[in-house]
Design a protein around this ligand. Structure first.
Ligand code: GLV
Ligand code: MN
Ligand code: MN
Length: 418
């Protein structure tokens, strides 16, 4: 396991970037960044992160019941409240190396810098590498952060992945103490809030030439799985008029999703996506009998999102009826839009200003662990300028910008003690 260089400045962006590249070696698929939640490579990455946590001066480093790596930097007094810093280390398939991982390693760097200088704050700082942010493997998502927020749904333990492995079985294989999940909720009265650093995953900061931005709020999201069932048949013998082709029906449904997503434009920033489509048992000479696809609908206004969800469900049902196929829609993940806390935002802005940075405010279209703390404790996010979007291997962030984020977070922490 690679250890931090004792001589290097932990807040140096190049040092953090080197760790990001080292962590990227933990992948399910050699040659690409694929680290699905609770996979063997996730387990190995969690081990590396735990080692770095310990070397940085975090105490009580452990895997919690949902698979998160958790460590604590004690306060200068016994009765101090706790601030939680975190992000996630699971990834989508063929991901970039910065989504999630950057936030964990920047938080680690900020605390490491405190520890190096022997500085204790009037708040304890907990650093968390969440295990379930991307929602690629199981239908529901954010179970790790929800456990801290006190909104973990035990039913998600029985959810199977595509190969029938339940979340409970995956957690047990991961070595997570599942039986301890119910005790993970943090006491909001004893918790100052949650702060997450993340790459922007969009073009706004790049366009305005700013290395860092302060997030105003996170868009709400609804996700579903759809199964379309028609009738499989011989592609040579089944006349066109007699077909119940699940794939052509699904094609029309996908276009309906795109059309509804594009109907309302900013400021609600509605988007609707079919990101996954499967034709099980497909072959060149078979009229498809079954198709499965995903739905992902997001907006910064919950009313706009819910209206789109209703319309999309109705459109799919109508297309299925007209084409003589069945469509089953199971809505799973449902997260409301989440505003960031004004006081934490102002503190992040002031911290950036100590570096001479004027960090603009911007909304987050992507989902984050931070959103589960809505209505439970104050939450804020610091975005780092990134290139080439996200959820693809071209996703990138400059080491210099990562360093500015680490220095800003460090200044923010020092500000809590001022
Ligand atoms: C997570 O990255 C999401 O927004 O889907
Ligand atoms: Mn992320
Ligand atoms: Mn992501």
């Amino acid at each position: 396991m690679s250890q931090p260089d004792a001589a290097a400045d932990p807040l140096d962006g190049a040092v953090i970037d080197a760790r990001l590249h080292a962590l990227a070696a933990f992948t399910d698929v050699p040659g690409q960044m694929t680290r699905l939640s609770l996979s063997p490579s996730h387990k190995a990455a969690a081990g590396q992160v735990a080692d770095w946590f310990r070397a940085a001066g975090l105490e009580g480093v452990h895997l919690d019941g949902t698979g998160s790596v958790v460590g604590r930097y004690a306060a200068d007094r016994a009765d101090a409240p706790t601030l939680i810093l975190g992000s996630h280390i699971d990834t989508v398939r063929n991901a970039g190396i910065y989504d999630g991982n950057l936030g964990v390693l920047v938080a680690l760097a900020a605390v490491e810098a405190l520890n190096r200088s022997g500085r204790r704050l009037p708040v304890a700082v907990e650093v968390v590498a969440f295990a379930d942010e991307e929602g690629v493997r199981f239908l529901s998502t954010l179970s790790s952060s929800r456990a801290l927020a006190g909104t973990f749904d035990p039913a998600c333990l029985d959810e199977p992945d595509a190969s029938g492995i339940t979340r409970r079985a995956a957690l047990e294989a991961f070595g997570a103490p599942v039986e301890a999940i119910s005790g993970l909720a943090r006491d909001p009265a004893r918790t100052l809030g949650y702060v997450e650093v993340h790459i922007e995953q969009g073009p706004v900061l790049e366009e305005c030439g700013a290395p860092l931005g302060i997030v105003t709020g996170i868009a709400g999201a609804s996700r579903a799985r759809v199964v379309v069932r028609g009738q499989a048949g011989h592609s040579g013998t089944l006349p066109m008029v007699l077909r119940q082709d699940a794939l052509t029906a699904a094609a029309e449904m996908v276009l309906a999703v795109e059309a509804r997503g594009g109907r309302d434009v900013a400021p609600e920033s509605l988007v609707a996506t079919v990101g996954l489509l499967e034709v099980p048992g497909s072959a060149v000479n078979v009229v498809p009998g079954e198709v499965r696809f995903s739905l992902d609908v997001r907006a910064s206004d919950d009313g706009v999102r819910k209206a789109a969800v209703t319309d999309i469900s109705d459109a799919i049902t109508a297309i299925a009826a007209r084409r003589g196929v069945a469509a089953e829609i199971v809505w799973g993940h449902d997260a409301p839009a989440t505003p960031c806390d004004p006081d934490l935002r102002a503190r992040l802005e002031a911290a950036a200003a100590t570096l001479g940075l004027d960090a603009p405010s911007l909304a987050s279209g992507a989902g984050h662990d931070a959103m589960v703390f809505r209505g439970i404790m104050p939450m804020a996010m610091l975005f780092v300028r990134s290139r080439n979007g996200s959820h693809n291997p071209r996703e990138a962030a400059e080491a210099a910008d990562i360093g500015l984020a680490a220095r800003t977070l460090h200044a923010f922490l020092l500000g809590l003690g001022a």
